[in-house]
Design a protein around this ligand. Structure first.
Ligand code: UD1
Length: 356
């Protein structure tokens, strides 16, 4: 069996690493070719993940870089097509919902190569999000849809997807977290940054709806106010960094830093008193770890994180950040159980399906 895995962005590495490991173990004589599209290319957004997650070095680097959505998608398609012609895979595996996911699914489907989509069926029902369009198209084109929650099956059924294409396997991002738990618990990132474990708010923001427009300045003002209540650590994504240059961000108590490697990030996350984010993956990681998460968005494609009781949807208005300190006093004492099949074995189930 010949398999091509296509990754491009920071969260893609985290979702794909355990799938590659599980399939390599099942199919030691098979060809496992890793394609890195280069959608993310800074060391902190890319190479450090390859090193920390034990992903093999990519076999093909497409180096597409940044650009408009059409440019990025088109470049991946143009550069991936000859790679697929050379590799002649029996299967292409794509994770998540980024532009690289869409481009790889479309390129493979047009070459009539079967496609497997990891993290299928999530929907925010907000077509202004580029990721929502990527999810819908990738799911329509994929032959094997790997789901990490039951809501995803309902969403796919509503779009007419046949039952036999769907496989509820669990969450491969949580596989990676579980595999790294001993290492990140020992990493001590909070102490190194000079904040007390358990006390700080960890912030990540990168979505265009929040950071590319006027909401960013008000968000920073609100974070500075929060920093008067508790230390605020904010590793800044490159997209956000560019936009931060246009707003006043020098506030005491607000600890800005470069994007962190995955071990340091998970270490801080596990030691956070609260998390404020617009990321999808972080809503899931906090659910698994039982950390209170506040999501600065109007919607989420991951409602299971809300029903689990760890995630609160604040909306897109940054003034809602002021609610965090009082909300923290009302949290349930008991850490909720993780959602079904978020147990560290999702990738093995994927390997079972694909090799049976
Ligand atoms: C992309 C995904 C988003 C995902 C996020 C994870 C799409 C449409 N968006 O958003 O769903 O949540 O990755 O991080 O695919 N840049 C750098 N260095 C890098 C990468 C990006 O400086 O290594 C800068 C560039 O200025 C670039 C901007 O960040 O223009 C945005 O990068 P891009 O890949 O377009 O989207 P993200 O915002 O990272």
């Amino acid at each position: 069996m010949r398999i091509v895995y296509v990754v491009g962005t920071r969260p893609n590495f985290v979702k794909t690493a355990p799938v590659i490991a599980a399939l390599r173990e099942r199919l030691p004589g098979g060809r496992h070719a890793l394609v890195h599209t280069g959608q993310h290319y800074d060391r902190a957004m890319s190479a450090i993940f390859v090193e920390e997650l034990g992903v093999p070095a990519p076999d093909h680097m497409l180096e597409v870089g940044s650009g408009s959505h059409a440019q990025q998608t088109a470049r991946v398609m143009e550069r991936l097509e000859p790679v697929l012609a050379e590799e002649r895979p029996d299967l292409v595996i794509v994770p998540g919902d980024v532009n690289s996911t869409l481009a790889a699914a479309l390129t493979a489907a047009k070459l009539r190569i079967p496609v497997a989509h990891v993290e299928s069926g999530l929907r925010s029902f907000d077509r202004t999000m580029p990721e929502e369009l990527n999810r819908i198209v990738a799911d329509q084109l994929s032959d094997h849809l790997f789901l990490h929650c039951q809501d995803a099956a309902d969403n796919l059924r509503a779009e007419g997807v046949a039952e036999e294409r769907m496989h509820f396997v669990g969450n491969t991002m949580i596989d990676t977290l579980v595999a790294l738990e001993e290492r990140f618990r020992a990493a001590g990132a909070a102490t190194r940054l000079g904040v007390e474990p358990g006390a700080c708010a960890l912030v990540t923001l990168h979505r265009p709806a929040l950071v590319d427009g006027p909401l960013l300045a008000e968000t920073v003002v609100q974070l500075a106010a929060l920093a008067r209540e508790m230390p605020v650590v904010f590793p800044v994504h490159p997209r956000t960094r560019k936009m931060m240059e246009t707003v006043e961000s020098d506030h005491p108590g607000l600890l800005l830093c470069e994007p962190l490697g995955y071990l340091d990030f998970l270490s801080l996350l596990a030691d956070a008193g609260a998390v404020l984010t617009d990321s999808g993956g972080i809503q899931e990681e906090t659910t698994y770890l039982g950390i209170p998460c506040f999501t600065l968005r109007d919607n989420t494609e991951r409602p299971i994180t809300i029903t689990a009781g760890t995630n609160t949807l604040l909306g897109l208005d940054p003034t809602a950040i002021a609610q965090i300190p009082s909300a923290l006093t009302k949290r349930p004492a008991k850490r909720p159980d993780p959602p079904p099949l978020w147990d560290g074995h999702a990738s093995e189930r994927i390997a079972d399906v694909l090799t049976s």
